[in-house]
Ligand binder design. Structure first.
Ligand SMILES: Cc1cc2nc3c(=O)[nH]c(=O)nc-3n(C[C@H](O)[C@H](O)[C@H](O)COP(=O)(O)O)c2cc1C
Length: 179
């Protein structure tokens, strides 16, 4: 069955390492017959959640920017993929801000069932992406019909584009093909 896959890529790097992993994942998924869309948060206007909770009544955010449309697209996808550089052992602020702004989805009949984390960092330890993974797991736990489907991580990369040639790209492509 063909699935709708939505990738949120949160790095500002032009040749982003985490986005290259996400692109490999997308390639695998597309080749397997799935419908893939990527949104670069760097190209969007996304303000901070104000915590007013109006969205829990109306399913609409009071802030008029790009986050409302992104949240709507998240709600209509089968698979969500969050790509982030590791910043201070956490997900990027831009991704966290978007996850907060997806709060209108909480009381909604969202469609997504699987959520992946894709991350890149300078350090290459098993622990390096764990806090970011816990953050995404926490978000997913709030959406009972969905499950956290896994982390794809590439350490040992710092400058944009350094990931080129890494075997992790192949792993990401295979993961995308297996959703
Ligand atoms: C503000 C900031 C904080 C960072 N914190 C970490 C960190 O805690 N651990 C780490 O291994 N790398 C850290 N890095 C390095 C990035 O994770 C690394 O450059 C990554 O490859 C960037 O991915 P991108 O190209 O997708 O943006 C940090 C970079 C920045 C700019």
């Amino acid at each position: 069955m063909s699935k709708k896959v939505l990738i949120l890529s949160s790095s500002y790097h032009k040749n982003s390492n985490s986005e290259a992993l996400a692109d490999a994942f997308a390639e695998g998924a597309a080749e397997a017959g799935h419908e893939v869309k990527k949104i670069r948060l760097a190209d969007c206007r996304i303000g901070f959640c104000r915590g007013c909770l109006v969205c829990q009544e109306t399913q609409k955010c009071v802030i008029a920017d790009d986050a409302a449309d992104i949240a709507e697209q998240m709600g209509q996808a089968d698979v969500l993929v969050f790509a982030t550089p590791i910043y201070y052992y956490e997900m990027s602020g831009q991704l966290k801000t978007m996850l907060d702004r997806a709060n209108p989805l909480f009381p909604s009949d969202y469609r997504f069932r699987e959520v992946y984390l894709i991350a890149a960092a300078t350090e290459d330890e098993t622990e390096t992406p764990k806090n970011a993974e816990n953050g995404v797991r926490g978000w997913v736990e709030c959406f009972e019909k969905a499950r956290f489907a896994g982390t794809i991580f590439c350490g040992g990369v710092t400058e944009g584009g350094e990931i080129r040639g890494s075997e992790r790209l192949g792993e990401a492509k295979r993961a995308g093909a297996e959703i």
